[in-house]
Ligand binder design. Structure first.
Ligand code: HEM
Length: 405
């Protein structure tokens, strides 16, 4: 187990997971104290290991750019009920380091250029409009199931060449992977089902290439001296499918809620929809949906924020805390849609910074402006206090959001 940096006998505090009752958008209040008093602080993670919790903005950027801090076992593995450090699956880009990671990132990056993503804007607009038409045809709707979830799911399916008709199957499994309730066996089974599903599609693309990301990835890999194996492609496909819809869907629903909570805020964005780009950055900062941060592993002795971290120890870059660091974002707990917040950490930083960030931005911009324009009377159908938040999932969000207009 990692060294805690505390004298033996001293109790290591539990990983902070409690959001204040006063505001469901604020992270655990402990972070404010940690940033001031002990910015690199030992905590006991639910998975059983101790880790250094890094809570200041600058230190988090250092962690995420230090090649001595490995992404092996990355993501939010520290929050699982238990965890074995295994070798990452080939193709699990988010967990690979150095040259292995760079090889996959290089093959994929051309699919996510600003130009390519902007070319998707009319399609995203069309599906946003179609889903709003469908909602307007009834008396009420669930904004999560009827709008926030289908938009990014349809887009990533279209990009990958995955039939959207199968969405119930892959959404169920990706929800299992994103939650912490399922045990390791159930999570493994969900991962295998998704990989089997993608593996079949890849098999079809190998014999009959289409105009989609998976086919182009196969072709690009074949031009290198190390073509992509089917299992690498399947793992990469699962990562894109899961990361491509869960995160943005939760951001769309939570962002809408933040807007509905303050009529003046909503009116300001309705009156100036061209400011949505700036507003989306602030919402990404404020909501920091990767709620338990990013896990890293020290392969060598390093110093983080003046604290010695030994080889073999774990760290957690606490994204929600870094995004509320008062030395970088004045009045950090206030939503200021005009704030220049683009330097936030919500999409990560360094070598693994979100590859889908431009897509996420466009989806959010289109979803929010279209909702505000076409449903100006949108409001919650029940009190906020009754909303069910995803307090225990890797990505913070809402399970459902009943609305009327
Ligand atoms: C608001 C929505 C999103 C948020 C908040 C988000 C957040 C993040 C974060 C924090 C990371 C860094 C992980 C790390 O350093 O360990 C990341 C990486 C990644 N994201 Fe996103 N993401 C979003 C949308 C998307 C979309 C739409 C896609 C795909 C279409 C995507 C695909 C990925 C992939 C493949 C990586 C791994 C990149 C690498 O390892 O080089 N994400 N994301």
């Amino acid at each position: 187990m990692a060294n805690t940096g505390l004298a033996s006998g001293t109790e290591v505090p539990e990983f902070p997971v409690t959001r204040p009752d006063s505001c469901p958008f604020d992270p655990d209040e402990t972070y404010t104290r940690l940033r001031a008093d002990r910015p690199v602080s030992p905590v006991r993670c639910p998975a059983g290991m101790n880790a250094w919790l890094v809570s200041r903005y600058e230190d988090i950027r250092d962690v995420l750019t230090d090649p001595r801090l490995s992404s092996r076992g990355a993501g939010s593995m520290h929050m699982l009920p238990s965890y074995d450090l295994r070798d990452p699956l080939p193709g699990s880009m988010i967990q690979l380091d150095g040259a292995e990671h760079a090889r996959l990132r290089r093959l994929l990056i051309g699919e996510f250029t600003v130009r390519r993503m902007e070319a998707l804007r009319p399609y995203i607009q069309m599906i946003a409009d179609e889903h709003i038409d469908a909602m307007l045809a009834g008396p009420s709707a669930d904004l999560v199931q009827d709008f926030a979830l289908p938009i990014p799911s349809l887009v990533i399916c279209e990009m990958l060449g995955v039939p959207y008709e199968d969405h119930e199957v892959f959404q169920r499994d990706s929800e299992l992977l994103m939650g912490f309730e399922a045990d390791e066996a159930a999570r493994d089974a969900a991962g295998r089902r998704l990989e089997g599903y993608l593996g079949e599609l890849i098999g079809q693309r190998l014999t009959e290439p289409q105009d989609d990301l998976l086919s182009r990835l196969i072709a690009r890999g074949n031009e290198t001296d190390r073509p992509l194996a089917v299992e690498e492609l399947a793992t990469l496909g699962v990562l894109l499918l899961v990361a491509g819809h869960e995160t943005t869907a939760n951001m769309i629903a939570l962002s809408t809620l933040v807007l509905l909570e303050d009529p003046a805020r909503m009116a300001a964005l309705q009156a100036a929809p061209d400011t949505v780009g700036t507003a989306v950055e602030e919402l990404l900062r404020y909501l920091s949906v990767i709620q338990f941060g990013l896990f890293r592993y020290a392969t060598e002795d390093v110093t983080v924020g003046g604290t010695a971290v030994k080889a073999g120890e774990w760290l957690v870059a606490a994204i929600p805390s870094g995004n509320r660091d008062e030395s970088v974002f004045p009045a950090p707990d206030t939503v200021d849609l005009g704030r220049q917040a683009r330097t936030h950490l919500a999409l990560g930083f360094g070598a693994h910074q979100c590859i889908g960030q431009q897509l996420a931005r466009i989806e959010l911009q289109v979803a929010l402006t279209t909702l505000l324009r076409r449903m100006p009377g949108l409001r919650l159908a029940m009190p906020l206090a009754q909303s069910e938040f995803k307090r225990n999932d890797i990505v913070y969000g809402l399970r459902s959001m009943p609305v009327v207009w």
